[in-house]
Ligand binder design. Structure first.
Ligand SMILES: Cc1ncc(COP(=O)(O)O)c(C=O)c1O
Length: 498
């Protein structure tokens, strides 16, 4: 290190302009602020830093906090201490006045995958269209917030953090969680699965990415519902699959529209609650789809994303429960029942595919986080999860009813509600209006602080109808009513527009 040059002595106000960013521990804030001042030339080499005691008094910090920051700066080589003359800024090679950096130019896409991802994904739009400053946002995918769940989950997590082995977890998933999932699926979804058939994954999204990797060569065909969950479409497209959209009606996927020759290798469906229309796949369609898959050697990706919440009728058995031929990959997620932030879900795999999927998961990330898995296993095992589901289902039922009643009242015949008995969203159509009118309504709502979201992104070829996807899990009954009062004004304003 160069000797410290004789620089200006520090004798002005104590580091005028030093600004702490308010994030994290105080010594770290001070360290960041001083380091930035040195790097950006506001404290040039040779400058004397104020004595720790004086700076502590000036900033209202403890002296230990300042000492800690100085020690760290010294260890990093930014300052040097001299007996009798305190600390000075060292001759740091990169200490130069700040110059605005040009924004880095994006390089050309380096692979076919990156090219497809750029074409398909509108990154600023991920994960959904935000309506900044919305007072009421009927946004799909916002979880049901429950303080009791937060408390219970925090306890489960902290216990798991204390007792979980800190080694790499099994790529397959923690045995305790796989067992808890099997038990839950048997009781709630009629699915018989052995723990070795279950693979713990980072949500439906990873389940589909692994499925594409294990089952589809680029160029292979995958059938998806039309309309469908747009993230499924993106994963398949970016993987390089060719998509075959297949219409849905009130009984779910139109299996008769699946091709008789050149069958797709994969068929992705949401039979318990078609996304986004809400249709439940009828028993005869279920059998027809299973028969098709068996005859043609297709695989079925059964996305059972919100099967936990249903408000009427008996749930039909999952496709997986009827699958005698081992063609169904059943996928569940904790994004709806708990939080999307958890990024935990599971696959129930046909035995013949198990090893390929576990290998793909290992290659991807070595396995899902063990502490969260252990916490979840305990939470399911001690009944906390199902207690939460019962509570959430009661609250969601009330919210859904408030939304339906409110839409009927404010629609005055102008709206059509898709029949749906489950989940956390409703599909709503504006009678006799085209997509442009739907966009106009959304803009009117946005200007009034109301978040409304179009249905069109969930189609490969959207119909020229004004449709909305209305999520209600994140709004209280009071907020839903207030939001719908605003919605009624927007409908009136749309009617009044020339
Ligand atoms: C149809 C469908 N499947 C799955 C999911 C959940 O995905 P993940 O488990 O990756 O959070 C959603 C969430 O919005 C969904 O709408």
């Amino acid at each position: 290190m160069d000797p410290i040059p004789d620089g200006p002595l520090y004798d002005g106000p104590l580091l005028d302009g030093l600004r702490l960013d308010g994030t994290g521990p105080l010594h770290a804030q001070l360290l960041r602020a001083l380091r930035a001042d040195i790097l950006q030339g506001r404290l040039p080499p040779g400058s004397r830093l104020p004595p720790t005691r004086a700076l502590a008094v000036e900033l209202g910090l403890s002296r230990n906090t300042v000492l800690g920051a100085y020690d760290q700066l010294r260890a990093e080589g930014f300052i040097e201490a001299r007996v009798g003359s305190g600390s000075r800024v060292a001759q740091v090679p990169h200490a130069a006045p700040a110059r605005p950096q040009p924004a880095p130019a994006r390089v050309a896409a380096q692979t076919a995958y990156a090219r497809r991802a750029r074409e398909r994904l509108d990154l600023p739009g991920i994960p959904g269209r935000d309506v900044p400053g919305a007072r009421w946002a009927f946004q799909y995918g916002v979880p049901f917030a429950n303080p009791a769940l937060t408390t219970a989950w925090a306890q489960a997590l902290s216990r798991a953090a204390r007792y979980t082995r800190p080694h790499y977890p099994s790529a397959h998933g923690l045995p305790a969680l796989r067992e808890a999932i099997c038990d839950y699926l048997f009781r709630r979804r009629g699915v018989h699965a052995a723990p070795e058939d279950v693979l713990v994954v980072a949500g439906t999204q990873q389940a589909l990415a692994l499925t594409a990797r294990v089952l589809l060569e680029p160029g292979d065909e995958a059938a998806i519902e039309e309309p469908h969950y747009n993230a499924i479409r993106s994963v398949l497209q970016v993987h390089g699959a060719r998509l075959r959209p297949v219409q849905v009606d009130a009984d779910g996927l139109r299996c008769d529209r699946l091709p008789a020759s050149r069958p797709p290798r994969l068929v992705c469906v949401t039979p318990s609650h078609q996304f986004p229309t809400g249709a439940v796949m009828s028993p005869s369609r279920r059998l027809a789809l299973l028969d098709y898959a068996q005859r043609h050697g297709s695989w079925i990706f059964e996305d059972d994303y919100d099967g936990e919440f249903r408000y009427g009728g008996r749930p039909l058995a999952a496709l997986r429960a009827l699958d005698g031929a081992g063609r169904v990959i059943y996928v569940g997620t904790f994004s709806k029942a708990l939080y999307p932030a958890l990024r935990l879900g599971y696959m129930v795999l046909p035995p013949g595919l198990r090893d390929d999927f576990v290998a793909a998961k290992w290659l991807e990330d070595f396995g899902s986080p063990a502490i969260e898995q252990a916490a979840l296993a305990a939470f399911i095992g001690d009944g906390g999860f199902e207690r939460h589901l019962r509570r959430a289902a009661r609250a969601l039922r009330e919210r859904r009813q408030a939304l339906i009643d409110g839409l009927r009242a404010c629609g005055r015949g102008r709206l059509e509600l898709a029949d749906s008995n489950a989940g956390m969203h409703l599909t709503v159509w504006l009678r006799g209006r085209g997509r442009a009118d739907g966009e106009r309504l959304i803009a009117l709502a946005r200007a009034r602080g109301l978040g409304l979201y179009p249905i069109a992104p969930y189609y490969l070829a959207p119909p020229d109808r004004a449709g909305l996807l209305m999520g209600y899990a994140g709004l209280s009954v009071g907020q839903i009513r207030a939001g719908l009062a605003c919605f009624a004004d927007c409908l009136d304003a749309l009617d009044a527009a020339p």
